[in-house]
Design a protein around this ligand. Structure first.
Ligand code: RUB
Length: 311
């Protein structure tokens, strides 16, 4: 397969969710750009720029909600040289640095988040978040006797991936259907989920159902944490932009025969929802455990975007 086909293949895998999860898609995009650039043969910097723009667009259009994707692509494709060879080197270094830092961020989030978990805790998690799982598995590796309730996460059932991952570690895990989250909340000490995006006001965008989970935790006075690398914070939200909620195919919700039996039925399949900052106790990032009110500072200090840059 040539490198453009490989780039398209990565884009298709992200769209179809063969590669999924905000962190994984960001790293896959950085890697795809690195490999693409390595093999790119062009005659001029103008041609090079056009190829990079097209490649970036192909990847960024795959899934609209996870801000990790445009952040990773922007960080990877920042080059200053007008010499093609040097520009290539810059992109390759950027991609490798992004992947290295993203992996390091997970380790730090694990360490920081594990301090919020006590021996004997029951933890509830939703969907399948690598960052949230790093917190849970780090706490377990520290010798804390913990157990996890994993929500199934309809329609794609990422809760099964989470359950398998936890069981492989030897962590006692119980799977529940999503609608059982409030019923089971009374047993839970801490809820921890991942993030597809954090807006400037500290609102969390994550898998559909997360906001219900946060409400149930709030009502039960249960800690609600989200684990988010700094590249999951959304710079565009300081420009007043909304984060788009991805609407996926209704085929994920009902099979073709059932849909054919109910031709007049409207089915919606929003993939993410928004949890207001007031329901979030802490955001566990790679630069510390911060309250949602610090989102602007993270965007400014770690992504380099400021309100003053807005024209
Ligand atoms: C995955 C999801 C995860 C976040 C964070 O949604 O909502 O909680 O992406 O994951 P989908 P991570 O399955 O639709 O991609 O911490 O691994 O980046």
């Amino acid at each position: 397969m040539d490198h453009l086909s490989q780039l398209k293949d990565t884009a298709d895998k992200i769209t179809s969710m063969e590669i999924r999860g905000a962190g994984r898609i960001a790293k896959a995009a950085a890697l795809a750009l690195r490999d693409y650039v390595e093999s790119l043969e062009v005659g001029s910097i103008g041609e090079f720029n056009r190829h990079i723009e097209n490649a970036a667009k192909l990847l960024v259009d795959t899934r609209p909600t996870a801000v990790s994707l445009p952040n990773a692509i922007r960080l990877t494709t920042q080059y200053t040289s007008s010499d093609v060879y040097e520009a290539k080197e810059e992109i390759i270094n950027n991609a490798e640095r992004f992947i290295r830092q993203a992996n390091d961020a997970l380790r730090k989030i694990g360490e920081i988040g594990a301090r919020r978990i006590s021996d004997g805790d029951v933890i509830m998690t939703h969907c399948n978040s690598n960052a949230a799982l790093f917190v849970i598995t780090t706490a377990f590796e520290q010798g804390k006797d913990i157990s996890v309730i994993a929500t199934e996460t309809r329609p794609r059932r990422q809760g099964l991936l989470t359950s398998k991952h936890l069981l492989d570690y030897g962590i006692p895990t119980t799977l529940i259907v999503d609608s059982a989250m409030r019923y089971c909340m009374k047993k839970v000490d801490t809820v921890i989920v991942g993030a597809d995006a954090i807006a400037v006001n500290g609102a969390l965008v994550n898998k559909i159902g997360t906001s219900q989970l946060a409400l149930a935790a709030h009502e039960a006075r249960t800690n609600f944490l989200t684990a988010a690398e700094t590249y999951k914070f959304s710079p565009n939200t300081i420009h007043g932009e909304f984060i788009e909620i991805e609407q996926r195919s209704i085929d994920e919700v009902l099979d073709r025969e059932t849909l054919a039996d109910l031709p007049e039925l409207n089915v919606l399949n929003p993939a993410f929802d928004i949890t207001p900052p007031k329901y979030i106790d802490l955001i566990i990032t790679d630069v510390g455990a911060v309250p949602p009110g610090m989102a602007y500072t993270i965007i400014k200090d770690h992504l380099g975007w400021e309100v003053s840059e807005i024209v």
